[in-house]
Design a binder for this molecule. Structure first.
Ligand code: ATP
Length: 347
């Protein structure tokens, strides 16, 4: 096990700056998820930690060692890729033991390690199959098995679930999390899927344009996003944003409607409210229903507030039809306020 520390790392591809000075500390045994939109640099950062990309400047430390100059094989890491990268002409057992054979580990120890990993991953009955005889989920498990047998200090995952269908993705998500609970190996996991990040991570690092926007526990990011980008990125459906100005009576929208707010900072220009924090309230503000989508456990309702569309998620089943008027209000202490600089206003 090891902690990983990235200190002011930069990566230039010619004139293009893919990573613009990133620092992050990953504790021993921690499960950290790098998340952000396509092109934000999360894979590049992971590959820099793995040693698959050089680093333009800065420092990367794994355990006690600065690894900037070390080859990937000497970094005590194991990486699981999106496409699994299995060897098609090798059986599952051979695929899993391959890196150990390269290290000239004794046959008996290889067999023991492969056997153990197969047991952990439920692959025991598949060891003699070839990759083409496996389902997507099974291939994914073999790829993880290949990482586990090496007993590395750090696991690196690059969007490992993106080739699986939605149901299998949810199942594998739990399996990876359970595996981490069992092995307690320091893990860095890249995804663009914020739900994956929320459900798996001890700590989430949100990236955009080669920089870290915010890092913290999933609930810290959900409850106190630093800025508009993180507020809109974390949470599903996304937070509603309403533009306007703060007055002594509440937040006045650009249409002149007055929204309740417990805090009244004068420099607030964006009012943020999560769909699940909007409540039905007989004394609330009037909105007109546009679309109603019952999911069984909850009801998603799009409503019109002045010229804006808001998404609401109600935990109850509600009877509303398009055109119906509803009255809504924010739940206690659920409004997020942002200034013209797009930063959260905390006071
Ligand atoms: P995705 O979710 O789409 O994989 P990402 O956040 O992982 O995105 P990266 O693959 O890290 O993004 O790429 C970050 C930026 O660096 C992108 O704009 C990409 O085009 C650029 N980039 C990556 N590799 C190279 C390269 N070898 N040469 C030039 N630019 C590159």
């Amino acid at each position: 096990m090891a902690h990983v520390s990235v200190n002011n790392a930069r990566k230039d591809y010619g004139a293009f700056k893919a990573i613009k000075g990133v620092s992050v500390d990953i504790g021993d045994g921690e499960f950290v998820v790098l998340v952000g939109p396509s092109g934000c640099g999360k894979s590049t950062l992971l590959r820099m930690i793995a040693g698959l990309e050089g680093i333009t400047s800065g420092k990367i430390q794994i355990g006690k060692h600065i690894v900037n100059e070390l080859a990937p094989k000497d970094r005590d890491i194991a990486m699981v890729f999106q496409n699994y990268a299995l060897y098609p002409h090798m059986t599952v057992a051979k695929n899993m033991g391959f890196s150990l054979r390269l290290k000239r580990m004794p046959r008996s120890e290889i067999d023991q390690r492969v056997g153990n990993a197969a047991k952990i991953l439920g692959l025991e009955s598949l060891l003699e199959r070839y990759p083409k005889q496996l389902s997507g989920g099974q291939r994914q498990r073999v790829a993880m098995g290949r990482a586990i047998v090496r007993d590395p200090a750090v696991f690196l995952f690059d969007e490992p679930l993106s080739n699986l269908d939605a149901k299998l993705r949810v199942q594998m998500r739990s399996e990876i999390k359970e595996l981490h609970q069992r092995l307690q190996t320091t893990t860095i996991y890249v995804t663009h899927d914020q739900i994956e990040a929320m459900t798996m991570a001890d700590k989430i690092v949100v990236m955009k344009d080669g920089l870290i926007e915010q890092s913290g526990s999933p609930l810290e990011l959900y409850d106190r996003p630093n800025n508009l980008f993180v507020a809109g990125f974390i949470g599903s459906p996304a937070m509603n944003f309403i533009q306007g100005t703060m007055t002594e009576d509440g937040f006045r929208t650009e249409d002149g409607l007055l929204l309740p707010s417990e805090r009244r900072p004068r420099d607030a220009v964006t009012y943020g409210i999560r769909p699940e924090h909007i409540m039905l309230d007989p004394n609330g503000i009037e909105v007109t229903t546009i679309v109603v989508e019952p999911t069984g456990s909850e009801t998603l309702v799009l409503v019109r507030l002045g010229a804006q569309t808001l998404t609401c998620v109600f935990r109850e089943r509600i009877r509303a039809a398009p055109g119906d008027v509803l009255r809504i209000a924010p739940g206690h202490d659920t409004v997020h306020l942002f200034g013209a600089d797009e930063q959260r206003i905390t006071s």
